[in-house]
Design a protein around this ligand. Structure first.
Ligand code: BGC
Length: 399
């Protein structure tokens, strides 16, 4: 009863304050001074105090610091929202669902107007996000779709299905599968099944390889080609490495050739290249795919141990997110017009069909990933300035 009163009070308070909001970042808004996070659970929480101090607060909840990209995404989002006059609460969840829920609760208690969330587990956030939504907070799914909730307003990502298509097309071209007369072999190291993207990457790759798998021109000696049996929990390089080592030791006796390993991203590709170095003794060059353009993998493409990666320019993703975020904080509901009016110098498409989260089709802004190989890496990544070498030859990402 007491809790109900508290929630009702919070709701009334948020509604009152929301009506005061007139807002994009930097303008006056209903957003209050931050409260210190408390030890209380959400059920016990006191009504959130949201004095009108003119701040606009954006909560950015990232999955982990282990992967290079989320550090870059977090930094870009923070800098750009701050540049627009917002206060940013940035948290990393250490790949733990409970930590991410706690992070989001803390953002709500600090007066967030907007949450930008990359879910550790796409299906685990319904309850906390519905709490946020009931207080008028807007919610953007960043890179990974948030599943099974009405609370998510928009989704910003790259075309995830296309990522898998690019990886598979690279393998088809490198192995000459269109004209091959003898069969070749492949193994699959796919992503974390609780990440909704993993299924899109998998489907894009599998749909593209299917004719060759069906005809037998491409075979999988381990027999493991299903989504779950090829999955890599938490996208862990170690788990990817161990699984491929077991496969190599079990299904590739001396004289058995492995032609390609389709890895869903760069962290799994790192594991795969280590497994090949440790436990594959044939002399052929094994094709290894990836995604992200992590520095270690850029070195591996240059030294030949990884064959390609799918590069996604993270700055584009944060630029779209910040424009969209500002618009929805101001009460707008952008559609395709966000793209036509933005003047961005990169491709972005508006999609209202393909990203169904189980409760609704979430309007999505999708960017274009590109395949990077030893042949185009200089032109696409270095000449564009996305990566540079310092005087000692060390490579670092710049944009
Ligand atoms: C992202 C990838 C990333 C992977 C592992 C996916 O959701 O789209 O870029 O490599 O998560 O963190």
């Amino acid at each position: 009863m007491q809790n109900k009163k508290i929630r009702l009070f919070s709701l009334l308070l948020s509604i009152t304050l929301l009506t005061l909001t007139f807002t994009a970042c930097g303008q006056a808004s209903s957003t209050p001074a931050a409260e210190e996070p408390t030890e209380q659970t959400q059920e016990e929480a006191k009504p959130i105090s949201r004095p009108d101090d003119g701040r606009t607060v954006v909560g950015v909840s990232m999955p982990d610091r282990f992967l290079e990209r989320w550090n870059i995404d977090g930094a870009f989002l923070k800098a750009q929202f701050e540049n627009d006059g917002c206060d940013v609460v940035l948290r990393y969840a250490n790949n733990l669902i409970d930590t991410q829920i706690k992070d989001i609760r803390e953002m709500i208690s600090q007066g967030a107007d907007l949450l930008v969330v990359t879910a550790v587990d796409g299906t685990a956030l319904s309850s906390v996000l519905e709490d946020a939504r009931s207080q008028g907070i807007k919610i953007l799914a960043y890179d990974r779709l948030i599943m099974e909730t009405d609370a998510v307003d928009y989704y910003v990502s790259f075309d995830n299905y296309k990522v898998g298509v690019l990886q598979a097309n690279f393998i088809i071209a490198e192995l000459g599968l269109k004209t091959a007369e003898t069969s070749q072999t492949i193994e699959f190291v796919t992503g974390d099944p609780v990440d909704n993207n993993a299924r899109y990457f998998y489907n894009g790759a599998m749909d593209t390889l299917k004719p060759y798998l069906d005809s037998g021109i491409l075979t999988v000696p381990s027999g493991q080609s299903g989504f779950f049996e090829t999955a890599t929990a938490q996208w862990s390089p170690d788990i990817a490495q161990q699984r491929l080592q077991i496969i190599l030791n079990s299904y590739y006796p001396r004289g058995t050739r492995l032609d390609a390993v389709l890895c869903a991203n760069d962290s799994t590709a790192l594991g795969a290249t280590r497994a090949l170095a440790a436990d594959y003794s044939e002399k052929n060059h094994v094709i290894v795919t990836g995604q992200d353009g992590d520095i270690a993998n850029i070195y591996n493409i240059l030294n030949g141990t990884q064959s390609m990666t799918v590069y996604k320019q993270l700055k584009q993703e944060s630029i779209v997110t910040v424009s969209l975020g500002k618009a929805i904080i101001s009460g707008e509901m952008p559609e395709e017009d966000l793209i036509s009016e933005s003047g961005w110098d990169f491709d972005c498409s508006y999609n209202t069909e393909d990203y169904n989260n189980g409760n609704k089709v979430v309007p999505s802004y999708l960017l274009r990933p590109i395949a990077i190989t030893a042949v185009n890496i200089e032109k696409e990544l270095f000449e564009t300035g996305y990566y540079q070498r310092n005087s000692g030859g060390l490579i670092y990402a710049t944009k």
